[in-house]
Design a protein around this ligand. Structure first.
Ligand code: IPE
Ligand code: IPE
Ligand code: MG
Length: 248
């Protein structure tokens, strides 16, 4: 038990995924351009990463750029990509000092070269870290991920490397970007929107969903702790009855 936060550290979600939303509206409310919101969103990324690592949550996955986000004005897309490069370079030391491993999901081959390079450097430099895996979803969408998996499965079957009759759920999961991670047990979305926006559709089959009106730049350690406490107040039944769970 962590008494300061009121969190039971024996019952932590092993994987928390976050749809970081509301940077643009936060900036607008402050009379500033959207990029100002993204810059302040980076502070929240830092705060939440720290909070998750301190508690002992082994996997944290952040939705940073969706395949749909390419449809934004190119000025904003460029600013986001530059911000990503700068942040990774600036924070690599912090990841190393805190034993955090950086990982990405999504089609990173489509990212600007400079962005892809700095990501690769940071991933390589942190590959042996154990305390927590921080995954950034970049150029990610769940349908793209599942289509890619279907393509790979079909290919393996056509080459005789996989028997369609033996394809089970675990085998499908092996073809997803998240094959080395447990499924998220808690999914958080900020900014008061109640949608999933093409994020981890397969993996969140049984996740607890937490929606908060707080805009991402205002989401810090306290708000993260509140989400974890809310998660711990819930009863996860997985199809069973409440009484069945009591008998354990
Ligand atoms: C989330 O904030 C950040 C990204 C999607 C990159 P938004 O930029 O979507 O902010 P709103 O939703 O327009 O307020
Ligand atoms: C979802 O946020 C994607 C990320 C957080 C990167 P959006 O702001 O792009 O989602 P929609 O378009 O409002 O659903
Ligand atoms: Mg948004």
């Amino acid at each position: 038990m962590d008494f300061k936060s009121g969190i039971d550290t024996a019952r932590l979600p092993q994987h928390v995924a976050i749809i970081m939303d509301g940077n643009g509206r936060w900036a607008k409310a402050h009379g500033k351009p959207r990029v100002f919101g993204h810059r302040n969103g980076v502070r929240s990324v830092k705060a939440v990463t720290e909070a998750a690592a301190e508690l002992g949550i082994p996997y944290l996955t952040l939705y940073a750029f969706s395949t749909e986000n390419w449809n934004r004005p190119s000025r904003e897309v460029n600013a986001l990509m530059q911000l990503l490069v700068r942040t990774i370079r600036r924070e690599l030391r912090t990841l190393q000092d805190n034993d955090i491993r950086l990982h990405t999901i999504g089609d990173t081959s489509r990212l600007p070269v400079q962005t892809a390079n700095s990501l690769q450097e940071a991933i390589a430099a942190t590959r042996n870290h154990q305390r927590m895996t921080l995954t950034l979803a970049l150029n990610y969408s769940a349908r793209q991920e599942m289509t890619r998996a279907a393509r790979m499965i079909a290919h393996a079957a056509s080459e005789g490397k996989l028997d369609p009759a033996h394809l089970d759920e675990a085998a499908v999961a092996d073809f997803l970007y998240t094959s080395t991670m447990p499924d998220p047990e808690l999914l958080i979305r900020t900014s008061g929107e109640f949608r999933i926006s093409n994020f981890l559709l397969w993996q969140i089959a049984y996740a607890e969903l937490y929606f908060t009106p707080v805009m991402w730049p205002d989401f810090g350690k306290d708000q993260f702790h509140e989400a974890i406490r809310d998660y711990q107040r819930r009863e996860r039944r997985f199809g069973k009855t409440s009484e069945q769970l009591m008998t354990h």
